[in-house]
Design a binder for this molecule. Structure first.
Ligand code: SF4
Length: 352
């Protein structure tokens, strides 16, 4: 029996410098050993092919870190290895995460020749003052330049933003959304700033907006942005959703390549939790996997797919008596607008 499709996430753990809020697995390194990095990823691809066989791959996502720092030759080497060992489906979505200031016309075009068809740009803010506060190395002009370049080259383009900084309000977030609307994007992500320990921000005593203000900002985004919300933090025109993330949120299998990259692998019908190449690799039960699917699926507006395993972990009596919070049809269960506001509580009740 052929194993099911697996999406591929490739972690590129290098950045020019660390941003003040960042707890991602990445390190500041201006001159990494790219040869060693590429060889490591290629070995991982070969090892997975031994476990999984020649699986089909619908999406590949280079995330980080700052993947756009990668020499195109390194990207090409990794892509060649993937094509050698797996069946990358026709029109597969291939995303590169990028930071403004790291790609010019020539390099971006070369990445496209190598297969990149979607660019995600870490803009984070449309205020130079806020970018500086966040510890970003680029300015607003660099971000707009990269977005324009990508759009002019015909790439599917997304931009990431962070809101909920000290001093932010519903009004400042409305301004941000109105400016985003002028960028003509098909996709963007807006993440709330969270203070992580072991980051510069985590050690500062920042006066963060209170929970009510945060909730107002979230509602303002939904009311102002001209892209529909399709997941708690993601917005896109129909058909321009990030397929990679959607597949994963919908419970498809995925492999994480590179140190610190997580995956959920399915071998001969058995699910495994995976971390990096030599990190964790443990069987997980169908109930655990179904609960994970519920947690990610319920964050999407289309809701969670109702597989038999998912149905088995849902408290159906609770669902029937809480139609103001969750709605179910033949194929999916989703949170209502009211349910989305208290999603964590809903999930606790929803799972048996
Ligand atoms: S560029 Fe991204 S991954 Fe790198 S330090 Fe900044 S936030 Fe973290």
């Amino acid at each position: 029996m052929k194993n099911p499709v697996h999406n591929i996430y490739i972690h590129v753990p290098f950045c020019m410098s660390k941003c003040n809020y960042c707890a991602f697995f990445s390190r500041a390194c201006s001159n990494p050993d790219w040869g060693e990095y590429a060889d490591g990823i290629c070995r991982e691809i070969m090892a997975w092919s031994e476990k999984l066989g020649r699986i089909s791959v619908p999406t590949i996502f280079f995330g980080g870190g700052t993947p756009s720092l990668m020499p195109v030759m390194v990207f090409d080497k990794i892509m060649t290895q993937i094509h050698n060992y797996f069946d990358v489906v026709q029109n597969a979505e291939i995303t590169l995460e990028s930071n403004p200031g790291t790609l010019d016309f020539g390099r971006l075009r070369d990445f496209m020749v190598g297969g990149v068809n979607r660019l995600s740009v870490g803009c984070q803010s449309l205020s130079d003052k806020k970018l500086q506060f966040l510890g970003r190395r680029h300015g607003v002009t660099d971000a707009i330049k990269l977005l324009d370049l990508a759009q002019n080259l015909g790439l599917r383009t997304s931009a990431d933003f962070i809101y909920g900084l000290p001093g932010d309000s519903a009004d400042s977030v409305r301004d941000l959304c109105e400016q985003i609307n002028k960028l003509g994007l098909q996709h963007c992500s807006l993440y709330e700033l969270t203070l992580e320990p072991d980051t510069p921000f985590g050690k500062m005593n920042l006066a963060m907006p209170d929970n009510d203000t945060m909730a107002q900002m979230y509602t303002t985004i939904g009311d102002t942005l001209n892209l529909p919300r399709y997941e708690v933090s993601n917005y896109a025109t129909t058909g321009n959703e990030c397929r990679h993330n959607q597949n994963i949120w919908d419970g498809e299998a995925y492999i994480g390549l590179g140190r610190g990259a997580a995956g959920r692998v399915n071998i001969d019908g058995q699910w495994y939790e995976q971390l990096g190449a030599n990190g964790r690799f443990e069987q997980i039960s169908p109930a655990t996997r179904a609960t994970e699917m519920l947690i990610t699926g319920m964050r999407t507006m289309r809701g969670c797919r109702l597989t038999d395993d998912v149905k088995n972990v849902i408290d159906m009596d609770w669902v029937k008596s809480n139609s103001d919070l969750v709605q179910m049809d033949e194929t999916r269960i989703r949170a209502t607008n009211q349910g989305l506001l208290i999603l964590d509580d809903v999930l606790v009740k929803l799972v048996k």
